[in-house]
Design a protein around this ligand. Structure first.
Ligand code: HEM
Length: 446
């Protein structure tokens, strides 16, 4: 190990390094990759960092989680998420909590959320039809928040409640300077965290009381949200989550699931408006399904291969999460380079999805590439919108379900057109979203 060199690249200025280029230049990783190849060093967010790009790097990182890599979040994010949230836990605690929390995302749980998702989706479509023209992004954000708050914390119209206000104040401070004063972003966010935890505490206690009654009514009433499932869930030793931890775990679900889904659904709407041929084919598939069985349910949702391919391509083309950060736990060698202990490592979802060896013509939006099964194995670590390994997205199936319900219901009954004179280029941080918020005309198909 002594003779090895760290990868090529510039650490730049002390502390700030290349943070601004990284945040402001959407092609930062691509340019560096062209200059240095798939492994290069830099300094971002105050830490010497190594980018590890490509399928092989993804596989290496996913396989060595906990051995060489640990979670890595800025100080502000750590404080706001709390130590007891899945995103912050590592080692045995993380493995055991994942097993417990996955119960809220198993097929039975997802099936129980489905009627609520369908009903909220229908309400929003009616609202948008009445509005006629709208700036869609903010509306989609309210929609995904309502779905999350109903299915995760049994709160109706979440986007119109105090929970939403506190949540946005909280989210505003996630990547801020961790200076806790009443007027700083971080200070306000910490205050919002307290308020969210109070609200969650009340909801959890109400759910617990209903659970304790144990009669048929209470069983049915509580079977439909994640809080109830997680209150009942036990780890291998038969331990349940404490009230304190449950609050943080629910908060991380709201956080991880909300902006990502908003971005994914908005990209679906934008890309289909820009590709009428794809939209027509996806609509034709829905029309065919309607002939045999009009309902949208767990069974019919499985019979939409073209919509599946469209959703996969949306997540390849505009991944809501561009990459993720880790901290190295010890020195190790990768591709002949020394990667020192205590450095940051970044794996790149964006760049993986642009690999020409796997995706011919990667800059073209082409769902057909996911109908051809030939190179599925090759795609294994080149297609990582949800990450991979033991930190793979916990809500992956939930996200797919909501995207598909939204897409299928939209295509069956509605049409949308992009309004002129708007900037459709994407702002990439924190999740990709159209600069002018996606202005559309929205109307019923018949
Ligand atoms: C299209 C939507 C979504 C995308 C693209 C997405 C993407 C991701 C990615 C890339 C990771 C891994 C990050 C890493 O390697 O550190 C992740 C982790 C996670 N996601 Fe998602 N996500 C989505 C939706 C959701 C939803 C709906 C939920 C929950 C309701 C959720 C909950 C989580 C959690 C809890 C983790 C942390 C897992 C762990 O550290 O063990 N995500 N997500």
């Amino acid at each position: 190990m002594e003779n090895l060199q760290t990868p090529q690249g510039e650490l730049g200025l002390p502390i700030i390094g290349e943070t601004l280029n990284f945040l402001l230049d959407p092609n930062y990783a691509l340019k560096k990759k062209q200059q240095y190849g798939n492994v290069f060093k830099t300094r971002i967010f105050g830490s010497p960092s190594v980018f590890m790009i490509g399928a092989e790097a993804n596989q290496f990182i996913f396989a060595n989680e906990n051995k060489y890599f640990d979670v890595n979040w800025p100080a502000s994010t750590k404080a706001l998420l709390g130590n007891m949230s899945l995103a912050m836990q590592s080692g045995h605690t993380h493995t055991s909590r994942r097993k417990l929390m996955v119960q809220a995302f198993q097929p039975r749980a997802l099936a129980s959320y489905t009627p609520e998702i369908i009903s909220i989706t229908a309400q929003y479509f009616q609202r948008w039809e009445q509005m006629g023209t709208l700036t869609w992004y903010g509306e989609i954000r309210d929609y995904t928040f309502d779905v999350a708050s109903k299915t995760l914390v049994n709160t109706s119209d979440g986007s119109q409640t105090k929970l939403s206000k506190y949540f946005y104040d909280w989210a505003d401070g996630l990547f801020s300077i961790p200076l806790q004063l009443p007027w700083t972003k971080f200070g306000k966010a910490m205050q919002a965290r307290k308020q969210i935890r109070e609200l969650l505490g009340e909801t959890i206690q109400a759910r617990q009381q209903l659970l304790d009654r144990g009669d048929q009514f209470s069983k049915e009433a509580i079977a439909k949200d994640a809080i109830a499932i997680l209150l009942n869930a036990e780890d291998e030793q038969g331990h349940k989550l404490s009230l304190d931890e449950l609050k943080d775990q629910i908060l991380v679900l709201l956080f991880a699931g909300h902006e990502t889904l908003t971005s994914a659904i908005a990209s679906f709407c934008l890309l289909l408006a820009q590709h009428p041929d794809v939209c027509d084919r996806a609509r034709a598939e829905q029309m065919e399904l309607i002939q045999s069985n009009s309902e949208i349910n767990a069974d019919t949702l499985k019979q939409m291969p073209y919509l599946d391919a469209v959703m996969k391509e949306v997540l390849r083309f505009v991944p809501p999460v561009g990459g993720a950060f880790r901290k190295t736990k010890e020195d190790f060698e990768y591709k002949g380079f020394l990667i020192p202990q205590g450095w940051t490592v970044i794996y790149q979802i964006n760049q993986s999805h642009q690999d020409e060896a796997v995706y011919s013509d990667p800059d073209t939006f082409n769902p057909d590439r996911f109908l051809e099964n030939t190179n599925d194995r090759a795609k294994l670590f080149s297609y990582v919108p949800f990450g991979g390994g033991m930190r793979e997205c916990l809500g992956k199936e939930y996200a797919r379900l909501e995207m598909k319900i939204f897409g299928a219901m939209l295509l069956r009954q509605y049409r949308w057109e992009l309004l002129p004179n708007q900037n459709l280029s994407l702002i990439k941080v924190p999740t990709p979203h159209p600069r002018d918020g996606l202005k559309v005309r929205f109307y019923c198909d018949h």
